[in-house]
Design a protein around this ligand. Structure first.
Ligand code: IPM
Ligand code: MG
Length: 354
């Protein structure tokens, strides 16, 4: 198994460092994995003037899976769009055809107090957002800036989905639901957008081949509300790139901390890029404060989805549950009475639990 490791910026190197500790520990137990690191995001720009340097893309293409930390930071905010770190992640998704983004939001019982919602609303929460990742307003053309007839500046983007793009992500949504509680909620803005009208039509068509799954539709504004009103009504949510971006951040907070949430971005053959759902947190970078569990849990998703090594994935997940049960907490999930630890101590605790 060949893994490209793109630590990126901010807390990226620290949290990826902990995930690598975990993989090395498993390697000692017989997991056969080769790692190679390359600069990416702001670090790619610093090294080669490009957030996705040619050599990094080549390595990612040759690998079976990619592990990413996070990208971005204030240092790069003033760069032109093409050179910004975020462009690195958007391009690698597109170049590798990683159209299916799986973002589970699971509340660990030990962390129920860390959620901003009442325990009776969130305890037992276990939902999965399936976000389309290579289309929509993120990539639609034309886009740009211009002056209108009266000389005012205008900015414009194009929200666009083609039928095959909708079909394949809907298919992933139904498959995910089949492995879970067999409920799929497709989120759109069909009352306003043409894109969403097509989206709903195609999802309904795909649903005809998946009658066992209970399919529902929801407008995105209502979905945003329902996620905080009664989040346990959801099993799998399937939605477009931008709505999924927004709703997945919202869903993450239900679980206490975005620092707990892994993600997988898959192509049609389950090659994947794995990264925490959170960003590069420049304010705490280098301070040994970041929560490495989202990245560690992302390696579990990698073993499950790309390598079909469920047992190894389960071992990592069990070790994470174990350290939480032992009371270890990074600052983001710390509560009175728990054992507050830093990034690297948390990594060590997971290795010990393994
Ligand atoms: C995410 C992030 C990215 C996105 C940014 C960094 C481009 O917010 O993965 O959710 O919008 O997709
Ligand atoms: Mg986001």
């Amino acid at each position: 198994m060949k893994l490209a490791v793109l630590a990126g910026d901010g807390i990226g190197p620290e949290i990826v460092g902990q995930a690598l500790k975990v993989l090395r520990a498993l390697a000692q137990d017989g997991l056969k994995i080769e790692l190679e690191e390359a600069p990416f995001g702001g670090a790619g720009f610093d090294a080669h003037g490009d957030p996705l340097p040619e050599a990094t893309l080549k390595l990612a293409r040759a690998a079976d899976a990619v592990l990413c930390g996070a990208v971005g930071g204030p240092k790069y905010d003033a760069l032109p769009r093409a050179q910004r770190p975020e462009q690195g992640i958007l391009r690698i998704r597109k170049e590798l055809g990683l159209f299916a983004n799986l973002r589970p939001a699971v509340l660990y019982p030990e962390l129920v107090g860390a959620s901003t919602l009442k325990p009776e609303i969130v305890s037992g929460l276990d939902l999965m957002i399936v976000r389309e990742l290579t289309g929509d307003i993120y990539f639609g053309e034309p886009r740009g800036r211009r002056q209108n007839a009266s000389g005012a500046r205008e900015g414009f983007d194009t929200m666009l989905y083609s039928e095959p793009e909708i079909r394949r992500i809907a298919e992933i949504g139904f498959q995910a639901a089949m492995k879970r509680r067999k409920k799929l909620c497709s989120v759109d803005k069909e009352n306003v957008l043409e894109t969403s009208r097509l989206w709903r039509e195609v999802v309904n068509e795909v649903g005809k081949n998946h009658r066992e799954v209970e399919l529902s539709h929801m407008y995105v504004d209502n979905a945003a509300m329902q996620l905080v009103r009664n989040p346990r009504q959801f099993d799998v949510i399937v939605t477009g790139n931008m709505f999924g971006d927004i709703l997945s951040d919202e869903a993450s907070m239900l679980t206490g901390s975005i620092g707990m949430l892994p993600s997988a971005s898959l192509d049609a053959r389950s090659k994947g890029l794995y990264e925490p759902s959170h960003g590069s947190a420049p304010d705490i970078a280098g301070k040994n404060l970041a929560n490495p569990l989202a990245t560690i849990l992302s390696t579990a998703m990698m073993l499950r989805y790309t390598f079909s090594k469920d047992e190894w994935a389960y071992r990592i997940e069990a070790a994470v549950k174990d350290v939480l049960a032992q009371g270890y907490r990074t600052a983001d999930i710390h509560e009175a009475g728990s054992r507050k630890v830093g990034t690297s101590e948390m990594g060590d605790a997971v290795v010990a639990a393994l």
